[in-house]
Ligand binder design. Sequence first.
Ligand code: OGA
Ligand code: NI
Length: 374
Amino acid sequence: MMVTNTNNLDSESSHNFTYDRTAEVKAFDDTKLGVKGLLDSGVTNIPRMFHHEKLNMHEISKEDSKLCVPIIDLQDIETNSSLRAQVVDKIRSACQKWGFFQVINHGVGVEVLNEMICGIRRFHEQDAEVRKTFYSRDNNKKVRYFSNVNPFRGKGANWRDTISFFLTPDPPNPEEIPIVCRDIVIEYSKKVRTLGDTIFELFSEALGLNPSYLKELESSNGQFLLGHYYPACPEPELTLGTSKHTDSDFMTVLLEDHMGGLQVLHENQWVDVHPVHGSLIVNIGDFLQLITNGRFVSVYHRVLARNTGPRISIASFFINTSTRGTSKVVGPIKELLSEENPPIYRDTTIREVMAHYFDEKGLDENIPLQPFRL
Ligand code: OGA
Ligand code: NI
């Protein structure tokens, strides 16, 4: 009898029919201060909008795996052609098996990396009244601050805040970039652009194409940057810093601090990416998987929430400038197709690929590129 009563009470309290998620999200969004603002207000329980239903301890606490994302050294590849050939082989293998690798000696100075992390941290930790002024849900803004891409969607929100920058081909006026990170955002993004060009060359070589092939496709002429801030989380087992997703771009270059928490899905296991000081992480996006006819893979990744923090990361996305809704046709590169390698994707448009990526199922349930498979 007692047991039955207790169960009834439990199920009543956990099925709170008066819970209004939209109102909770709206109140949160209206603060314009993100997850950091919640933490600063002293919360010790995370609001329900951040709870992830399907999350269970089993999925979160995978055995510490011996597997490691490949680390590739780019030292001297411009001058030493046999070294370059070895690097091209390693990149090919990493792009086929992992969709992720870390690069060292990549040409972006460690002081630039450190200052970029500090600059993004300064933005998120500056005076709340100033930070608030950048908060916006207007996608057309070249610079804006927000928490979660779409928290109103009926899924668990992420324990993360972000500042975004649309940088090329049509950069914002420097005055639009917050003063606390202005100079370094401009400097860092230029250096990452140069590195991106090098990596696109190596990718082209790894695919057996002319080194300038991918660049000439204009696949990489746009650059979009996200400066993430993951505050410490009082109940990390209930939520995620970033939900499972693939990137919808061609390629992403990620800079992270020393905190860790990024995981890559590899052979059905969540593998930790261990931060390596001075390195950058490179991953393949959906569009590159599509145009390489699946040779290079765009893989799921996520970021765990932690009770220590903050963690700072900066993702630079190489996108087609017309990513925001055009009818430009994209499909497998013809040079990569043959009788033995028939197309596995049909030609489609950038608009269609993006529409699938952002459809209402959400990034964590969408199978990348599925509607375009032949
Ligand atoms: C992303 C992403 C990972 C990170 O922005 O797409 O996967 O470590 N970020 O913040
Ligand atoms: Ni990502």
